[in-house]
Design a protein around this ligand. Structure first.
Ligand code: HEM
Length: 501
């Protein structure tokens, strides 16, 4: 009944729901993208829904993206929303468990270790890890198939989850972590990862085994990294110049060195931030290529053209070459358009904030106001698939990124009025009003984009060099039950090895 009572006109329209407190949790949880679309039809680009006691104001479209990504961080803050989920997993004093200014410095520390020089090394490392993985009998016993005409199958998401963590361990995480991957580190990772679910986000602490396992794993993993740090410091300095080494050299603006527990927790945060985002994206790329063997063939031919050795086989990939592979690049960009891993970008509203009239307003001379204590939410997934902005918006079509006119229009939309802003970790493109934002924008923008592109393209190229793909069964639907958009299991891909291996 309370929904029918006269409401404050400055509040955005409330999505109808039957059960107070629970609100629209079922519809949002099941398929947030469909839920937003159907609400947009009824209420427009600005509406409010109830999610387990929280009041969430959704602002859709490029202007809605701008409102959330470009909002003043002192008013529209990420910490309050994300911290209950991330702090028990990452650990204390990093990311959302510290003032935003400190996070900006932490991002800058990591950013300085993600250089072109490093990426040069990473390409070969990723290729090496993927090849080893494909040769092992861990997953899809590829080279055990004697008959090259024989088709096998692998679960794309599971397989890519393995490859992603192995390649991230070998590159970003450093030698000690990679060496311990098979010796218990992977189990700790899994226990920690099981603490990153919507349940753990809604209820920070419950007397359930997954919570206890999460906390034990966090403590052990934190100690694990801190031991590595102690050993490195006690040793003769003979360790690689990796992300951890770079963090060991950094100091905060006030002169304070980065304490070991913070380095440990930043390393955990990087591991978790890059895992499901990259692995689901790579799985989606392979699923689409399996579904479109004609495009997979073009990606393969691009490899032959750039890296093929006369008489058969390939030379090693180099970072500079990877940047000149327009087809592979378009395939990844397009996959991130259709399957952005993060569907909801949220912020907590610390004091009443007006919504620009251009997004929607109750009348000509008034505006909506989001009250203090509400959550605001943007969903670039929607603007990335909006038929008003994209031709054949629902079709996965990498050629849209190849066509020069399309690229120019896209670039214009993305960078028009673009101001380069220093958020504390180097100049980044503000670009908060773009319809295409798989890596976010503004001060919380992803710092892993370039690494992710190196990782995804190296994994896909290495796999395609060795195997042909076909889709096994219908194209998998999106699974929204975890925090990310991942392909619904079993997400099988049929494969056959290429004949010159
Ligand atoms: C932030 C997407 C890979 C580290 C973000 C945000 C998005 C995103 C949308 C913004 C979140 C927000 O505004 O609330 C992705 C996608 C990836 C990817 C699609 C891969 C395909 C990675 C990797 C790393 C990473 C590999 C680490 C190496 C981070 C960090 C932030 C971030 C540290 C900043 C969080 C903040 O400032 O609040 N990412 N990410 N990401 N990502 Fe990524």
């Amino acid at each position: 009944v309370y929904q029918m009572l006269p409401r404050d006109r400055s509040l955005p329209p409330l999505v109808f729901h039957w059960i107070p407190w629970f609100g629209s949790a079922a519809a949002y949880g099941q398929d947030p993208v469909e839920f937003f679309k159907s609400c947009r039809e009824k209420y427009g680009n600005v509406f409010c829904f109830v999610l387990l006691g929280r009041k969430v104001v959704v602002t859709l479209g490029p202007k809605g993206n701008d409102f959330v990504f470009g909002g003043k961080h002192t008013v529209i803050a990420a910490e309050e929303v994300y911290s209950p989920l991330t702090t028990p997993v990452f650990g204390k004093d990093v990311v959302y468990d510290c003032p935003n200014e400190v996070l900006m410095e932490q991002k800058k520390f990591v950013k300085v270790s993600l250089t072109t020089d490093k990426f040069r090394d990473y390409v070969g490392m990723v290729e090496d890890e993927v090849t080893q993985f494909m040769n092992s009998d861990l997953a899809f016993r590829i080279f055990q198939l004697n008959d090259i005409n024989e088709w096998g199958a692998f679960g794309s998401y599971k397989t890519l989850a393995e490859m992603t963590i192995l390649t991230a361990a070998r590159t970003l995480q450093g030698r000690e972590i990679r060496e311990n991957m098979d010796k218990g580190f992977a189990d700790l990772y899994h226990d920690l990862d099981h603490g990153l679910t919507p349940l753990h986000w809604m209820f920070e602490n419950l007397p359930l085994p997954s919570y206890r396992k999460r906390d034990v794993a966090q403590e052990k993993m934190s100690q694990f990294y801190q031991n590595i740090l102690r050993n490195r410091r006690a040793g003769d300095g003979d360790y690689e110049d990796d992300v951890m080494a770079s963090l060991m050299r950094q100091t905060y603006r006030d002169g304070r060195p980065v304490p070991d527990h913070e380095i440990a927790h930043m390393m955990i945060a990087l591991l978790m931030a890059g895992q499901h985002t990259s692995s689901s994206s790579t799985a989606w790329v392979l699923l689409h290529l399996a579904d479109r063997p004609d495009i997979a063939e073009q990606v393969y031919q691009e490899q032959v053209e750039h890296f093929g050795i006369p008489g058969g086989g390939f030379r090693e990939m180099a970072y500079e070459d990877m940047r000149k592979l327009p087809i592979l690049d378009a395939v990844i960009r397009e996959t991130l358009r259709v399957h952005a891993p993060i569907h909801s970008i949220m912020r907590y509203v610390r004091s009443d904030v007006p919504i620009p009239a251009s997004l929607g307003a109750p009348s000509e001379d008034s505006v909506y106001v989001v009250p203090k204590g509400y959550t605001v939410l943007a969903s670039p997934s929607l603007s990335q698939m909006d038929p008003l902005m994209w031709k054949d918006a629902n079709t996965w079509d990498p050629t849209r990124w190849l066509d020069a006119a399309g690229m120019a229009a896209q670039a214009k939309r993305e960078y028009d009025d673009d101001t380069k802003v220093d958020f504390g970790f180097g100049l980044v493109s503000k670009g908060t009003e773009s319809p295409y934002l798989p890596f976010g924008a503004g001060r919380h923008r992803c710092i892993g984009e370039q690494f992710a592109m190196v990782q995804i393209s190296s994994i896909v190229a290495t796999m395609l060099r060795k195997i042909e793909l076909r889709l096994e069964g219908p194209f998998p639907k999106s699974d929204y039950s975890s925090m990310m958009v991942v392909p619904k299991e079993p997400s099988l891909i049929a494969y056959r090895r290429r004949n010159f291996d």
